[in-house]
Every structure is written in C-alpha cells, then in structure tokens.
Design a binder for this molecule. Structure first.
Ligand code: 13P
Length: 255
C-alpha cells in the first residue's frame, strides 16, 4: 500500500473533558505547539465547547469535530445533535461509533451505519471507529469482527463519499489502559480494514481512505505505530489533552 495516496490525520478525542473556556485555552496551546503541521489536525471537544473551540481555532490549521452525531435532522431525540446543526456551526468532522458509545450508550453496528450515512450526507467527514475487546482478541476473531463492523458501517455509503471517510481502529483493550497494540498488531488490523474497503469499493478507492490507530497512542510510541504501511494517523484520547504530547504526535505523523 502506498501512503502517499492519502493524507495523514491526527485527531484528538477530548471525550468528556474541558469546559468551553478550558477548551479554548487548550486550542491556543495546541496551535502554538503544532505550528504548521505536515498532516491534517482535528480536535473533538464536547458539544458545549464546539463554538468556543471553533472561535479559538479560526485562522489556525486545526479543524474541529464532534464526538457523535445523530442520524435525523430534527425531531424528538432528546439529548442528540443533528448533522446540520454541526455543519451550521462550522464543524467539519464527527466521530461515529466510538467504543465508549457502543459500550455505555447502546450504539450498535446498525446505528453506526445510520450515523455514518447521515454525517456524510450532511457534508461532514466521518471518523468511523471499529475495534475488538480483549475477549474477542483472545478468541481470535479480531480481523473477522473489524471487517464486519466496517462492512456494516458502510452499508449504503457511495464511493463518491469516501473522500470524507476516515476509519479508526481502536482496540477496546488499549483505550485508556496504557496498553498499546504493538505496531505489528495495529498494522495488521488497519490493513484488514483497508482490505475490506477494497472488497467494497476497489483497491484504488480503498487506497485513498485514511485508516487511523487509536488506543494509548502517545508521544513516545507514535512514530513506531505510524511507520506501519496501513496506519495513516492517530485518534488520540488522553495524550490529546496535553498540547506538547499532541503536537509531538502531529509531528510524528507529518514529518
Ligand atoms: P486513549 O488515547 O486515552 O487510550 O483513548 C483512545 C481513544 O479512545 C480515542 O478515541
């Protein structure tokens, strides 16, 4: 696979951290630390901080994403946020199907598919998350499971929409645990995701879709993970809340 066919992306998933004011301050620190990055840089703060972060990121290379998005444009969906509400603010990305949404908020492969389609139809870039838990890895079903999650997430997604699609491989056992997948494990599963994309859309189209790794990626291990042919960037949790660490990962991805 030829990495030059696609852009590197480093996205920070701030999860449920930072007030609007704290988030804006962190953007200032991150903008100063990343300078002119050699890859796409995205931050995904909580919904209530999106406006403040968009203001703070204006004029910087930092793009802004949401951590979730609903699949309807309006209606009786208490607590949810529609794709058009995000694009109207200036939000460009949305994370879809994060394992914490699957684990704690009843997200399924089917709702991940609905959200992915709605996000792409609204013009957002969808960062679609897939990954196995520890039991599934030990059962030897990682590749089958991740390929199935990818295939279901993309039901009804048109090839023309792939320009705004990003996949993220996030093994659940590596998230927030300090236990990172080895570079070989990350490379193998990101390669399997790309093989699934190729089966659905052909290898030329699959070669253009960034596939990220996420799960305890940090300033110290980023370069080794990113050296894998099929790892095109990172979806960063804890380390994205520290400007210097996040900038070091951006540097590793874009250097
Ligand atoms: P950590 O980097 O904290 O392990 O989180 C990864 C993640 O879930 C990003 O979406």
């Amino acid at each position: 696979m030829d990495k030059t066919k696609r852009r590197a992306v480093v996205a920070g998933n701030w999860k449920m951290n930072k007030t609007a004011a704290e988030a804006a301050a962190l953007i200032g620190e991150i903008a100063a630390a990343v300078g002119t990055p050699g890859c796409d840089v995205v931050v995904c703060p909580p919904f209530v901080a999106l406006s403040a972060v968009l203001d703070a990121a204006a004029g910087t290379p930092i793009a802004v994403g949401a951590q979730n998005v609903h699949y309807e444009e309006s209606g009786a969906f208490t607590g949810e946020v529609a794709p058009g509400m995000l694009t109207a603010l200036g939000v460009q990305y949305a994370i879809v199907g994060h394992s914490e949404r699957r684990q704690y908020f009843a997200e399924t492969d089917e709702t991940v598919n609905l959200r992915t389609r709605a996000a792409l139809a609204a013009g957002l870039c969808a960062i679609v998350c897939v990954g196995e838990n520890l039991a599934q890895r030990e059962q030897g079903v990682t590749v089958d499971l991740v390929r199935m999650q990818t295939k279901i997430a993309l039901q009804g997604v048109q090839e023309a929409e792939l320009a705004r699609l990003i996949l993220a491989y996030e093994p659940v056992w590596a998230i927030g645990t300090g236990r990172t997948a080895t570079a070989a494990q990350a490379g193998q599963v990101c390669g399997a995701i790309r093989a699934q994309l190729a089966e659905l859309y052909g290898s030329a189209a699959a070669d253009g879709v960034p596939v990220l790794y996420g799960g305890s990626m940090n300033a110290a291990n980023a370069a080794e993970l990113l050296a894998e042919a099929d790892v095109d960037g990172g979806l960063i949790g804890g380390a994205s809340l520290k400007a210097a660490d996040f900038a070091a990962i951006v540097q590793a991805a874009g250097g």
